[in-house]
Ligand binder design. Structure first.
Ligand SMILES: Cc1ncc(COP(=O)(O)O)c(C=O)c1O
Ligand SMILES: Nc1ccccc1C(=O)C[C@H](N)C(=O)O
Length: 416
């Protein structure tokens, strides 16, 4: 079993190690929550100042053209595309993941309705992130065409749920609680064989592992930029549409930014011919501009290298926790097989909330999800092997010393 020096050696030989310098991280913190909010690229502070001072302050309204603000959602989409196996002109950075899901699910349901009106079921997992399920429920209610959500409790039950009444299979590629990774190509193929379309949420996979949307023949996808892509709190999300559906799918949020000629100011909506039709209204430029700083870092490596380090970090974390905290009631809920694991490791503990607060008190930042789940995200761009060691030692101290029993660690905060 590796010791602390071995971890230092792993860092010394890590080809991704130099990328850590591209991020601002407090020296006293071990940050294992990049699956919720990525760390700040150093370049983001100067970029924010440039947008606010020069582009807004001096350029004023001219900056929509002169600083490229108007083109930003498409430009960022093109820059993000290689990370998810997409091509140019297929991706937009815009709105939130929830709003993008609404637009794409609405568009896919409409397409299916036109092809076969009996297909009115959306298949997903009960454990999917709540917003995905809530958006589907809201759309089904609004459409008043008899759409319904069919939820399965286990991934193995997905094939049986794909009957001839299914319109869309809507899944999150990496489970936000367990970190379990779906086989996107196999499930998409199955959905297609059954006449359904496949919509993927890449919130926990974009920037965390190689994603191949075109290779998997998926139909549409959404995802966050504020997690593994390090775009900043509340940074705009992204959406992707397969080439075969470009110009075919229609957005249910037909705002003026998706018009073929927004400044023709026509009363009649006429959609843009390409991906631009999935824009809705004016973009939050300050936040959007910062997404570029996160994407730039990925251009200094490749996703195969990111994946290689991610698996090494999560393997090490699992092994060390089992060895050094083995006496405590921790249950691993993340798959051990590499092909089934994203870039996070989750453990269940009867006092999970308090244990996580005590860990955060020691400067090791992960997060907590019901029921009793300690979540640790590993971002290969800036997480070191020594961080894994130090995190496990802190966890051991919290558990061996029963630090979590302190009153202050029982207090529930709004965001966990
Ligand atoms: C799978 C998944 N989808 C969507 C979201 C969030 O969407 P939004 O950015 O709209 O809050 C998250 C996390 O917040 C998530 O984990
Ligand atoms: N958007 C947030 C705002 C505040 C706190 C957390 C989030 C998250 O993104 C949570 C994440 N989606 C999760 O997998 O739980």
């Amino acid at each position: 079993m590796p010791n602390r020096d071995d971890c230092l050696q792993l860092d010394a030989h890590d080809p991704l190690a130099p990328l850590r310098a591209a991020f601002e991280l407090p020296p006293s913190v071990v940050y294992l929550d990049g699956n919720s909010l990525g760390a700040r690229p150093r370049a983001a502070a100067a970029r924010a100042a440039q947008v606010v001072q020069q582009e807004w302050g001096e350029g004023l309204i001219r900056s929509w053209n002169s600083a490229g603000w108007f083109a930003l959602p498409r430009r960022l989409g093109d820059r993000l595309a290689p990370l998810i196996g997409a091509g140019a002109g297929e991706v937009l950075v815009t709105d939130t993941t929830s709003v993008n899901l609404f637009k794409l699910l609405g568009a896919l349901l409409r397409l299916q309705h036109e092809r076969d009106a009996r297909r009115r079921v959306i298949v997903s997992e009960r454990g999917n992130f709540p917003t995905d399920l809530h958006i589907a429920q809201g759309l089904a209610r609004m459409l008043r065409q008899g759409h319904e959500l069919r939820l399965v409790d286990r991934a193995e039950d997905i094939p049986a749920a794909l009957g001839d009444d299914v319109a869309v299979l809507m899944l999150t590629q990496v489970d936000y609680r367990t970190g379990a990774l779906h086989d996107m190509a196999a499930l998409t193929r199955l959905a297609h064989e059954r006449g359904a379309l496949a919509l993927w949420d890449l919130a926990h996979s974009a920037g965390a592992l190689p994603v191949d949307l075109r290779g998997a023949d998926a139909d549409a996808a959404v995802g966050c930029t504020y997690k593994y892509l390090n775009g900043g709190p509340g940074a705009p999300a992204f959406l992707w549409i397969a080439p075969r559906w470009q110009g075919v799918l229609e957005t249910p949020l037909s705002g003026w930014w998706g018009h073929a000629e927004p400044f023709a100011m026509e009363p009649q909506y006429r959609p843009d011919a390409g991906i631009g039709r999935f824009l809705c209204g004016t973009q939050g430029i300050v936040s959007q501009a910062l997404v570029e700083c996160g994407l730039e870092v990925f251009e200094r490596t490749d996703m195969a290298a990111v994946r290689h380090k991610s698996l090494a970090l999560t393997d090490l974390f699992i092994a060390l926790v089992e060895q050094r905290c083995g006496a405590h009631p921790l249950t691993l809920i993340t798959p051990r097989q590499h092909e089934r694991r994203g870039s996070q490791v989750s453990w269940q503990h009867p006092q999970g909330y308090a244990v996580m607060q005590a860990l955060i008190g020691r400067g090791v930042i992960g997060d907590y999800r019901e029921p009793g789940i300690l979540r640790f995200g590993f971002t290969p761009l800036y997480t070191r092997f020594i961080d894994v060691w130090d995190a496990v030692e802190a966890l051991r101290a919290v558990l061996d010393g029963e630090e979590w029993k302190q009153e202050r660690f029982q207090v529930r905060t709004a965001v966990t």
